[in-house]
Structures are given as structure tokens and as C-alpha cells.
Design a protein around this ligand. Structure first.
Ligand code: SF4
Length: 220
């Protein structure tokens, strides 16, 4: 997606409880960007995938809109936020205003565009998501301690694939690794049993917002 460096297509700006990552449970402002070409089979934000969806806003407009929500933390999500050229600049501007800034990304785009102190919450797409081949594996070399990896597992084959990946790349030594069960595909308790049996040192991940608001479409 080519774009002027100061303009982004935005689906929604809102305040909510963070439902994912080690920040789950904390109040956040959310900025959801339009557009995603990753194509996960179980996408839960299909309404944000159209790159021409939402409305255009400039970076100053977004800073003002988020400031008005009165929060100290902001999460930039999507869609795939790294598809929009102006997003790293927006994230940087939030850090300059002393926000704690998270960017949720699929892992398919270069996270090195997001400098410290931005916290990257990066997915690793398992085979049953249908999007594994979209991963940019160079991203594993860009991870910092403050970043978090999120692995959503749909079945036993996914779990074994993810376990091997964690061990092979020593992902636990790079940053926090979260693992969760894909809604409707795998019961979280079953995944928890596998983690305990293997003594795999990852953080069990439950999508809190889906428990709080099971009927709501949006992902936070
Ligand atoms: S990366 Fe996110 S928005 Fe894109 S298809 Fe996958 S779940 Fe949906």
C-alpha cells in the first residue's frame, strides 16, 4: 500500500481493556488500521482487512483523537498495521508523548521499522492458520526483550510445530512467548495439558476480550 507519510486509513479509534499479551487487563486506547493481506483462515477481524476500508486521518488528527481519550497506553492494531507506510511514524509520535505503545503485527512484515521503545506484539502463524508461508522469518532476529511473541495453536500438529520452533530458535531467551488455543478449534485446557506435560516455558494466553464481550466483533 503506498501512502503519503502522514496519512493513514483508520477503521476505528476507541478505548477498551487490552485482551491480549502480558498487558491483558489494562486500559488502553486502540487505533485500528485498515488493510491486511495475510489471509488467516480464522481471522477474527475480517472487517478490518479491506485496505480501502475505514477513513483517512493524518497523524496530528490521530494524536489529538487519542489524547482526547485520556489514556496512558495505546495499542496500534489492524488489520496488519505495518502495511501502512505512515504507521511507524505514528507509533514514534505516541512514544514522544510518553504513551506506552504496543504494535500488534502478524509477523509477515518487517518489525525493524518500529524502533525502541515501541513494543512489538508479533504473531507466529502456525500451519493450520493457512498463513505460515507469509511469515517474515528475519523478524526473529529483530526481537528485543520487551517484545512478545503470540502463537495461536489450532491443533496438535500446530503445537508440535510451534514447540520445535521455540526450541530451535530459543525464542524464550529472546522475549516473552505467549501461546493460546484458536477459538472453536482447540480447547484451552487441552493446550494447557500439553504445555504442562512438556514443561514448555511459555505463558498461556487467553483472549480476555472474548470472555468479557463474546458477542462483540472487534478484537479488543
Ligand atoms: S493477520 Fe490479523 S487481520 Fe490479517 S488475516 Fe490474520 S487475523 Fe486477520
Amino acid at each position: 500500500m503506498t501512502q503519503q507519510n502522514n496519512v493513514l486509513r483508520i477503521v476505528e479509534v476507541f478505548r477498551s481493556i487490552q485482551g491480549e499479551s502480558t498487558f491483558a487487563g489494562l486500559p488502553f486506547a486502540f487505533v485500528r488500521l485498515a488493510g491486511c493481506d495475510v489471509g488467516c483462515d480464522w481471522c477474527d477481524t475480517a472487517y478490518a482487512r479491506d485496505p480501502s476500508g475505514g477513513k483517512e486521518r493524518t497523524v496530528p488528527q490521530l494524536l489529538e483523537e487519542v489524547d482526547a481519550l485520556g489514556m496512558t497506553r495505546v495499542c496500534i492494531t489492524g488489520g496488519e498495521p505495518l502495511m501502512q507506510a505512515a504507521m511507524p511514524h505514528l507509533a514514534y509520535c505516541f512514544t514522544q508523548k510518553n504513551y506506552t505503545v504496543l504494535v500488534e503485527t502478524s509477523g509477515a512484515y518487517d518489525i525493524s521499522l518500529l524502533p525502541w521503545p515501541i513494543i512489538r506484539i508479533m504473531d507466529i502463524k502456525c500451519p493450520s492458520s493457512g498463513a505460515s508461508e507469509k511469515m517474515d522469518w528475519y523478524n526473529l532476529g529483530h526481537l528485543r526483550k520487551q517484545d512478545e511473541l503470540k502463537i495461536i495453536v489450532g491443533d496438535r500438529a500446530d503445537y508440535e510445530w510451534a514447540r520445535e520452533l521455540i526450541e530451535k530458535h530459543r525464542l524464550n531467551e529472546k522475549c516473552t512467548v505467549l501461546m493460546g488455543a484458536a477459538a472453536g478449534k482447540l480447547h484451552p485446557g487441552e493446550l494447557a495439558d500439553w504445555l504442562l506435560f512438556d514443561d514448555l516455558d511459555v505463558r498461556m494466553h487467553i483472549q480476555m476480550h472474548k470472555i468479557l464481550w463474546p458477542d462483540r466483533d472487534r478484537n479488543a
